[in-house]
Design a protein around this ligand. Sequence first.
Ligand code: NOJ
Length: 742
Amino acid sequence: MTGRYSLILILICLFAGQAFSQPDNTSKKVDALLAKMTLEEKIGQLNQYNGDWAATGPVTDDLRDKMKLISEGKIGSMLNINGVEKTRAFQEAAMKSRLKIPLLFGQDVIHGYHVTFPIPLAEAASWDMEAIEKSARVAAREAASGGIHWTFAPMVDIARDPRWGRVMEGAGEDPYLGSHIARARVRGFQGKGLGDLEAVMACAKHFAAYGAAIGGRDYNSVDMSLRTLWEFYLPPFKAALDAGVSTFMTSFNDLNGTPATANNYLMRDILKDKWKFKGFVVSDWGSVGEMIKHGYVKDNAEAAEAALNSGTDMDMESSSYVNHLARLVKEKKVSQENIDDAVRRILRKKFEMGLFDDPFRYSNADREKKTLNHPDHLEASRDMARKSIVLLKNERNILPLSKDLKSIALIGPLAKAEKDMKGFWTVELGQKNDVVTLHSGMQKQAGKTSLLYAEGCAINDTSKAGFAEALKVAASADVIVMAMGEAHDMTGEAKSKANIHLPGVQEELIKAVMATGKPVVVLLMSGRPMVFNWTADNVPAILYTWWLGSEGGNAIADVLFGKYNPAGKLPMTFPRSEGQIPIYYNYLNTGRPSMGDNDLFYRSAYIDLPNTPQYNFGHGLSYTSFKYSNLKLSKDSMGTRDKITVTFDLQNTGKYTGEEVVQLYIRDLVSQPVRPVKELKDFRKLSLKPGESRTLTFTLDASKLAFYNDELKQITQEGEFKLMIGSSSKDIRLDKSFFLTK
Ligand code: NOJ
């Protein structure tokens, strides 16, 4: 290179270097604003309160005049204020404050806003990232049209305990599937990016390990090795972060003795230092103050000090920050630097959302009217709902129902359910519950078949008074469809259960109806995996339909009558008994593994219960069948910088067009520390016509074989691995060994 060119190159590099080290435009604006703020105004930005009419947590002080506090600059964000009218009124109060810093409006938009989608666990059963992203997209579009800037979703907590009520809100037990879903949801909520009028900020919650609450009791302590934390519980959070999630929420639990809300290791060491998270962290509802009850701090001042110093930027509802931080700064217990960092993170988001350009840009009545309940949103909800349904069993091909039936009896306490069909986390907009019940959905598609109906029993009652009527109706029908399950408030926050059997006398009603000898299809609507052993063993056809949202009735009817061929796969293991919990497919083998359910002696087994679950992770049938064949590996050993290409053929061998979710698992046969018997490492969902065959290709590289050692470093170890390809974690159709070398 000539001297002249070198000089030009050096100048370009210097210029570029300077450009990179300059604060971006938004940072400049944030800093300029920060310079004008008093300490009290800064602390106001860190304070979030609930609107007065819809609490999603225990209300401690409802006498505060929030409008006044807002106009004094003492509140930076509100939750549970929705709709253009209300958000506008609150934002107007913020515009009366000295610096006119706009409010952020947050809301639990968990599975839809006005149009309700299936609960998140149900959506996870679709294994369909495009549909899941779309569901979040629609929810964001609707919420943003109603003045909302920020959803407290996705919940990315891994859960191995179906007693825990919040399993309904996550993506199940697997970190690989959970990470894919976390990314899809963040992409969906944040759309084209903050500032777009159809995007809301997403929030990865609850950081961290909330799903491992001891005994499945909500808010309970978590005690786990850091290796388990990194291996199973953190990956979906990292995935959300990689997808650009704007915020994180702390969790209520303590993790190995330190409440998550004051957990320096989680928030400073991992999230802000190692992962370089640039957004902000909000506490969970009251969780700053709740550290007093944990016994971690003695009062709200100590709580504020511990939480802020550990990296919780915004205090939801506990008032600890607004009441104590100013004094703590003066006493030098909290540094000005930490306060400024928290405020900067929040202001940056407000700038990115364009709220300083126009604080009312999300509060547009016309857009709200045009957006809510849009037919496209209903169609997306119906599609998501169909994709979420899992066909657990279909003996004698009872399903789909023939169009030539004279009559169908629809029996059960959920046949006409509205609120229950919508599920736990619905946003009540003060409008009528627009939901398609199962009864109306079936009625629309029944054609000439007459639809008979009887409730049979209540969801959770001891009375069998309705049995006689139900049996009479059953006796006069060709086929009986039973709508059974849980009420909308039996699974969700603070809805943990010790007994997760089908509630009330429902299973007795199923037995009585089965005794008629007629073909029976049982539909199970719920937010969690339930226990229903008699039904699983005796009823020929079972669909797990979860809580499906606004279009639930149409979606189930699509599946019952064969308009849609079900393809859902369970994202959680279904136990036979609460005694098996925690139960999950990726367990360690132990030194005395049980080789079968009758193999009890000196084995890691129960003497009164099989080890095996009722339904395995990844299980789900179709109206058609698939043949897996011809597994080939491009080579049988690879180095750590190498790849193996895996190919095999999948053929639809049945009569219906159908989708299959092909699952790829591996097992590291000898390893220190030891590895699980199976780990999901890839999957693909594809549709095939009858007779159609496709060659599928997966790639294995060292990243798929890596794991955390005791020093929490990701490593790989040489040796033999088993590759398994199947239709569920149990139904493995093809396998082969390969080796990892240096
Ligand atoms: C408590 C829940 O744990 C959290 O997930 C939710 O976002 C807040 N309440 C606000 O409603």
